[in-house]
Write a protein that binds this ligand. Structure first.
Ligand code: RAT
Ligand code: ZN
Length: 436
């Protein structure tokens, strides 16, 4: 309190206050760039998993680019998928980068990444980029990318129903994974909550006494699912539980998902004192021929989130929604419920014009109590472009907001901006995760 009074009353020493709008924009951009990021949702893996995607071919084969190439390509999707990874990358490079200008967000991202790695973007030479990569180890690339992107840590997406991943968690390697402080785990529940018909069979196979037909009274199944969740939370040392949900998601409802949320997920989160992340609004496999690129966005019911936040005040919910149309309602809802933390401009919303609009609206309604972005990176090097593009937008929206308060005469200190940037890019997440 007294420190703040000194700051606002200390008119004699104005040297550390922002003086004009040019200085403001420069200072904000410098501070936002210098603030180390906690990236709260990615699909990256710590190297010992052996599952980390990396390199120029993987960047080109990113599923965001696959749906773009299909719009131009003379190839059928069957022909595309029949090609080797390298040939797919060649094809995408040829069509999206050489035959057309690569200014879509996902294409530009590849260029930003090349540029940030110091590669010659002007050369337009895929073979040269491949050569550059061939002399670099994965560990060296992880160090380089985290350093250049100024990302201090990422949260992975960890699915215990994924055989490749599961076997690593159950092996000795898991110790090395838990020790790498740059990679944190999040326990992903999509198979459990979205596909009980199959997931209960796996649970049975792994020794959990569960029933296929769930009813409200099936205490044994619920306690077995809880045991499964507890064991995996502990094994992964997961920071939160998470699930992506269809645009048709409602809560409460008559389905298995609702029963599992009420009787298993909510109590487990409360007991372990971890949040539940809800990513709402996906229409999976609208075009299955596109594989991972075949998912679509749909408007969802924000009342489902309202109900959860009200019904379970001891629980905390990290929520992002995929549809632009849901953003305002979700943001207003966060004003009602401190146990709701809105995060990220997710997937199709992660395009600068939409990030700008959404971030501005969130800052206006929630001030600094929001997590403006996560990267959703699937390929290591995407940390470089996703965060440099996000930082540009966040800095610009922050400058706009700061200018408005400067105009009232409110003095703004560089330390205020550093505090806010650290909150937005890291501390808000940690405080929400670690709440008592
Ligand atoms: O953004 C993406 O890469 C999507 O394919 C999804 O993975 C989404 O982010 C998710 O976590 O379900
Ligand atoms: Zn994701």
């Amino acid at each position: 309190m007294s420190e703040k009074l000194t700051l606002t009353a200390g008119w004699e020493d104005l040297s550390h206050y922002i003086k004009n709008s040019t200085e403001l924009a420069d200072v904000v951009s410098r501070i936002v760039n210098d603030t180390a990021i906690t990236d709260m949702h990615t699909h990256l893996y710590a190297p010992p998993f052996g599952l980390l995607l990396q390199g120029i071919d993987e960047q080109l084969r990113y599923h965001y680019l696959i749906s773009e190439v299909m719009r131009h390509s003379p190839l059928s999707s069957e022909e595309f998928w029949a090609m080797s990874n390298r040939k797919q990358a060649d094809h995408i490079w040829q069509v999206l980068f050489l035959e057309h200008s690569p200014y879509s967000e996902a294409c530009r991202g590849v260029l930003t990444t090349l540029e940030q790695l110091g590669l010659d973007v002007k050369a337009r030479n895929l073979e040269r980029y491949r050569e550059w990569y061939s002399s670099r180890s994965q560990d060296a690339m992880v160090d380089l990318v985290f350093h250049k992107a100024n990302v201090k840590e990422v949260v992975m997406t960890n699915d215990p129903f994924d055989e490749a991943e599961r076997s690593v968690w159950l092996s000795d390697t898991s110790e090395a994974i838990r020790q790498d402080e740059r990679f944190h785990a999040a326990l992903r529940l999509d198979p459990l909550l979205n596909d009980w018909a199959h997931s209960h069979q796996n649970l049975l196979k792994w020794g959990y006494d569960v029933k296929a037909n769930l009813t409200e009274y099936d205490r044994r199944t619920f306690s077995e699912v809880n045991r499964f969740l507890r064991e995996w939370l502990e094994r992964m040392n997961a920071l939160y539980l998470s699930v992506s949900l269809p645009s048709t998601f409602t809560y409460p409802s008559e389905d298995e998902r609702s029963l599992l949320i009420t009787h298993c997920v909510i109590p487990t989160c409360a007991e372990a004192n971890v949040p539940l992340a809800l990513m709402i609004g996906v229409k999976r496999q609208v075009n299955p021929k596109l594989g991972p690129a075949g998912d679509m966005v749909g408007r969802s019911d924000v009342e489902a989130v309202e109900h959860l936040c009200r019904a379970f005040p001891r629980n905390r919910f990290l929520v992002t929604m995929l549809s632009r149309e849901n953003q305002h309602e979700l943001t207003v809802l966060a004003r009602m419920f401190p146990n709701l933390m809105v995060f990220g401009a997710w997937w199709f919303l992660n395009t600068p014009s939409l990030v700008e609009e959404i971030t501005q609206m969130r800052f206006e309604l929630l001030g600094t109590s929001v997590i403006p972005q996560h990267s959703d990176a699937r390929i290591l090097e995407q940390l470089l472009y996703k965060w440099s593009h996000a930082r540009q937008v966040i800095a610009s929206v922050l400058s706009t907001q700061y200018q408005k308060i400067l105009d009232t005469g409110w003095p703004l200190d560089t330390q205020d901006i550093e505090r806010d940037a650290a909150d937005l890019l890291s501390n808000n997440f940690w405080r929400f995760v670690k709440k008592n």
